[in-house]
Design a protein around this ligand. Structure first.
Ligand SMILES: [Mg+2]
Length: 265
């Protein structure tokens, strides 16, 4: 069921909303300040945030900017401005900063609000579906995960890529390190598999880059290499990769199985 974060500093009103939303199966978490909103959004996944503009410590607009613009948060979270401030200028500024909609506080009773939120969530789900359809990603939901495979030798690229695709993963292939690193930083991959020895940019450099970037540091990485010393392998493992495989000693299904395990975590 949908999970909503509501900013409301009056405990009695917060309780009324919680009961109302709870009675139709929504889960509502309430926050009192902008800083609390940021804390909750970074700790948990919400379908929607009802954000007041007038808040203590930090304004709603600043909270919105932080979530949608800083890159520190999951910006796919839907933020609805829930406020009595209805000036067009405020609305335009909020839109520019990434707001997904507006609800005027004094326009709805709690039960009407529940209905309106339900309608918005349906609308967002519909938009998402259309977007996927337009991008030709129909059936994307059936895919088990997005994998980036960085490998400069065509034979391994094809062999591993094909097996992963056969097993239902969406695979993006990069046949050189520099391109692979760019793709890894710009895309949203569930697992990244990288070769170590490549021209232009080595697997080690890629791993270091991804592990030091806020956006990619938690993406599981599998390093694959044809021949490295034990010492080198330890060094790579210590960089925070989830797995290290010797390319010549594994079969494609070993790699695919490990990807499956990592995605289940
Ligand atoms: Mg290589």
């Amino acid at each position: 069921m949908a999970k909503i974060l509501l900013v409301e500093d009056d405990p009695m009103i917060a309780e009324i909303y919680q009961n109302k939303f709870g009675s139709v199966g929504f889960e509502v978490v309430t926050a009192k300040t902008g800083k609390e909103v940021l804390k909750y959004v970074s700790q948990d996944k919400f379908d929607l945030v009802l954000l007041d503009m007038v808040l203590p410590e930090m304004s709603g607009m600043d909270v919105l900017k932080e979530i949608k613009g800083s890159g520190n948060y999951d910006k796919s979270v839907k933020i609805i401005i829930f406020s009595n401030l209805s000036e067009l200028e405020t609305q335009q500024e909020a839109l520019k900063n990434g707001a997904d909609g507006f609800i005027s506080k004094n326009q709805y009773s709690p039960s009407e609000l529940v209905g309106e939120i339900q309608r918005l969530l349906n609308q967002f789900a519909e938009q998402e579906k259309n977007r996927n359809r337009q991008e030709g990603n129909l059936g994307d939901n059936d895919k088990k995960g997005k994998i980036l495979l960085i490998e400069d030798e065509e034979i391994f690229l094809e062999m591993f890529g094909k097996k992963l695709e056969d097993d239902g993963y969406e695979v993006t292939r990069a046949n050189n390190g520099a391109w692979g690193a760019k793709e890894a930083l710009e895309g949203d991959y569930d697992v990244i598999i990288t070769d170590l020895i490549m021209p232009a940019m080595s697997g080690e450099e890629i791993i270091a880059k991804l592990k030091s970037d806020e956006k990619t540091k938690n993406i599981p990485i599998i390093a694959i290499s044809a021949s490295v010393t034990d010492e080198k392998e330890t060094e790579i493992r210590n960089m925070g990769v989830e797995e290290f495989f010797s390319k010549t000693r594994i079969v494609p299904s070993d790699l695919s199985r490990r990807v499956g395990e990592l995605l289940k975590k």
